[in-house]
Ligand binder design. Structure first.
Ligand code: 6PG
Length: 242
């Protein structure tokens, strides 16, 4: 089985494996007296991870060395139920001792084009650079059941190769505007992991992992870390067709 597939019995076990990975990486970075720069995704899957980290890792992850950014954001205020930052605050941020200065949200309430430029500038000033691109230590991605990731949707694959590393996108069904990292900056990260659970993703995941016909239609197919493929953290139901 592909060494980048990490398959667990339950969503909780899968979330715990990701929490442990984050803890390990933070402790590695501390040895270099460096922060761990992570970009988080939103949606529903990370809620389990964030609740677990809040409940069981508040005292074991060195939060003063963790700096949190976002992969994407819905263009809504943080108080809106759709807000990725709002969800992260409720399930994680308000429950762990992370300094506000280490939290770099995308501001969904700002005009999207203005905010995309602002957030791009934030990444340029707050992150180390490699090959002219800001570099994350770790990017946590989800995948929609249409194969999208971040807010790069199948009808806008141009965002995979965009020169803009922060772009405005539009959800193809809801027409909700999004702000998203694009392919090059995601693929520049030292490590990229997908956290995917549930049987609704099993068919597309099979197409993507096994490069089956039409896999090129899915944005998640184009994602990897700078020097090796993305790691997939899956529960048994998401992996049932692999
Ligand atoms: C978002 C996410 C998005 C998410 C997938 C999976 O803003 O919605 O960044 O890319 O990871 O849509 O979402 P679920 O976890 O809800 O299935």
């Amino acid at each position: 089985m592909n060494q980048n597939l990490h398959i667990y019995e339950t969503p909780e076990d899968t979330a715990r494996a990701v929490a442990n990975l984050i803890q390990e990486k933070a402790k590695e970075k501390i040895k270099q007296s460096l922060p761990l720069n992570i970009a988080l995704s939103g949606g529903s899957t990370p809620k389990l991870l964030f609740n677990l980290m809040a409940n069981e890792y508040a005292d074991t992850i060195p939060w003063h060395f963790v700096r949190l950014f976002w992969v994407d954001e819905r263009c809504v205020p943080p108080t809106n139920i759709d807000s990725n930052y709002g969800m992260t605050y409720e399930h994680l941020l308000k429950n762990v001792p992370i300094h506000d200065a280490n939290i770099f949200p995308i501001q969904g309430e700002i005009d999207p084009k203005i905010e995309a430029r602002r957030y791009q500038n934030t990444l340029e000033t707050q992150l180390p650079s490699r090959n002219g691109l800001p570099k994350f230590d770790l990017i946590l991605l989800g995948m929609g059941d249409d194969g999208h990731t971040a807010s790069i949707f199948p009808n806008d694959l141009s965002l995979i190769d965009s020169d803009q590393f922060v772009a405005v996108s539009v959800h193809p069904v809801s027409n909700q505007k999004r702000i998203t990292l694009t392919g090059h900056i995601i693929n520049q990260a030292d490590e990229v992991i997908f956290l995917i659970t549930g049987s609704s993703k099993a068919d597309i995941l099979k197409q993507i992992i096994h490069r089956e016909p039409e896999f090129e239609n899915y944005p998640a197919s184009y994602i990897h870390a700078r020097t090796y493929p993305a790691h997939f953290y899956l529960d048994r139901t998401a992996a049932e067709k692999l």
